[in-house]
Design a protein. Structure first.
Length: 93
């Protein structure tokens, strides 16, 4: 299938298929997005220590007393919740 010559849009090449559908031909790594995601992760990780610094040692002791299987399940639930949020963000925004 032939493609029409690319046009430039925002520094990216935009190819148009003969049917009129457009797609971006760009495989660059977005460092700005990576740094924003890491910054957000650090903010979210640091908030409990800042907001509830008196209660954090108690909570960490509570977590240390849990069996590894419970911690693994909590981690898996957090991963699944994160993937759901990412999927929703990509679909609706």
């Amino acid at each position: 299938m032939d493609f029409l010559p690319p046009a430039r849009r925002g520094g990216r090449e935009v190819w148009t298929k003969p049917e009129g559908k457009r797609y971006l031909q760009d495989m660059t790594f977005d460092v700005q997005l990576l740094l924003a995601a890491l910054g957000l992760a650090l903010i979210l990780e640091g908030m409990p220590y800042f907001l509830w610094s008196e209660k954090m040692p108690e909570y960490l002791r509570f977590l240390a007393e849990r069996p590894p299987s419970t911690l693994r399940k909590m981690g898996l639930a957090a991963i699944i919740a994160g993937l759901v949020f990412l999927a929703l963000a990509r679909r609706f925004f």
